[in-house]
Ligand binder design. Sequence first.
Ligand SMILES: N[C@@H](CCC(=O)N[C@@H](CS)C(=O)NCC(=O)O)C(=O)O
Length: 244
Amino acid sequence: MIQNGQITFYTHVYSPYCHRVHIALEQAKADYTSVCINLMEKPEWYDKKINTVTGKIPALTYGGPKHPPGEPSPEAAVLVESGVILEFLHETFPEARLLPSDPILRANARIFVSIVDNKLMDVFRGYFVEGAPASALLAGFEALQVRLPPVGADGKGGFAVGEWSIGDIAAAPLLARIVMLLEHDIGRFEEGDGPKTLALLRGPKYARIMKYLEDAKRWPSFEATWDEPTVLAIWQSNPFFKRS
Ligand SMILES: N[C@@H](CCC(=O)N[C@@H](CS)C(=O)NCC(=O)O)C(=O)O
C-alpha cells in the first residue's frame, strides 16, 4: 500500500453515496480522518473550499500534511463524486481489489454502478418522497437482478461480476437503506405500504437480488461500516421522508 500523505473524508453516516466511499476506505485499510458534514447546517467553508463543484457529500482530500477540515493544504488533491473517488481509491490501493483484473468484468462492474445511479436512485426518491407507485422501485431492483450471476449448486451466489467490486460497493448501501426504510414503513407513501412492498421483494420474483443483498451485508467492509440502528434513527427524523 502506498498512501502518499493524509486522507480526509467528508461524510455523513445517513448517506448511501458516502457509505460507498467508507466501504472502499475500509477495504483499502487506508489511514484517514472522517469529518461529519451535517447537510442541515453545512459549514460555509464546505462549498467554498471542499466540494466547489456541487456542494454535495462525499468528498475527500488526498496528500500533503494533515489539515483542519476547512483548510486543505495546497498539496492536497480535493476529490468529489463517489464514483470518481471509488476509482481513485482503486488506483491508489490496488491490493484492495476494488475492481477485477479482467477488463470485461471491470466494464461490467462500472455498468452495474451506472444502473444504480440511473435506474435506482431516482425511483428511490420517487417512491419514498414523491408518492410514486412501488412499481418503478421494483423495476429498479429487477434491472440489477437480471445482471447478477445465478446462484450455484453450492448455494453461493457471487456478486455483480462474481468477485466483490465497485459495482457492489455502489449498490449495497442504497439497497440496504431501501429495505430498512420499507421494513420500518418510513416514507411518504400510504401508511403500511412499505411492509407491503417489502413482502413483494421477499417473494420468489426478487429472490436473487435479496440473497445478493444479504451476502453483501455480510461482506467484511460492508459489515464494518453499516450501523443500522444509527442510520435508522437519522432517517426516521428526516423531514422529507415523514408523512404529513
Ligand atoms: N453524484 C453524487 C451525489 C452525492 C449526493 O447526492 N449527496 C447527497 C447526500 S446523500 C448530498 O450531498 N445532498 C446535498 C445536496 O444535494 O445539496 C455522488 O455520487 O457523490
